[in-house]
Write a protein of this length. Sequence first.
Length: 297
Amino acid sequence: MPMDADWMHWHQNPRKPRFKLPDGAVDAHCHIFGPEDVFPYAPERKYTPCTGSKEQLFSLRDHLSFSRNVIVQASCHGTDNAALLDGLQASENKARGIAVVADDITDDELQHMHLAGVRGVRFNFVRRLVDPKPHPYYERIIDKISPLGWHVIVYIEAADFAHYVPFLNSLPVDVVFDHMARPDVSKGIHHPDFIQFVDLMNNEKYWTKVSCPERLTKQGGSHQNYSDVVPFMKHLVDAFPDRVLWGTDWPHPNMKSHMPDDGQLVEMIPLIADSSLKQQKLLVDNPMRLYWPELID
């Protein structure tokens, strides 16, 4: 099946970043799509993307000078994690995974995923992408993954944030927010909505990805510096240096305004992490502690 007519293909010639990443840097949020003839998309999906294969992802990893990836199952593949697991098995321990699972998944299936490199599950609450389930559905999943030491990735938008806070507070596992819980950057960092998010982050079970300025900007596609998003990203890196992660979000699903240059996204890192110590934590120490603790001396 062809990709959606308005689908924007990922950047075919990203620049080589001028910013030098620290050794061992991790791209902690990216995806694999298809190829559909090998890994079909879910019938219930709400979008049909272009292919973004494991080979293309690993090529970008090397081009940008990252050492490792954290691959997040995207909603177009539903709860069929075959493409994710295939990518992990081909990565030579250079990738970890975040799966999407149903509440009836078995312990044997979870153990198989763990051995392949999965370290968490994603709960997507963005209604334009999925149909969220009742809270008990997610609680049953938590009961099954907790013994493995996995955590939860939450994709949520600012408008729904307050509704889910009591539920998230009840979870007995670490919670990682995708893309800073998608703040409305037009309101500024001092708006009560963002302050509520920052206050929640004071609880040490919460982490956040300071990622996707291309999704959050109000400047439009002609502006590539995303200066309206930088203060949000920098504030979180400064306030919570030990619980922030960074990722490309390649291949940038459902972008409508423009397609970012992944090399330019990398060049934003010193704007949000303005010292070598902050960069080391954001790109190496934090993701290694969360995803490869066995490799930490």
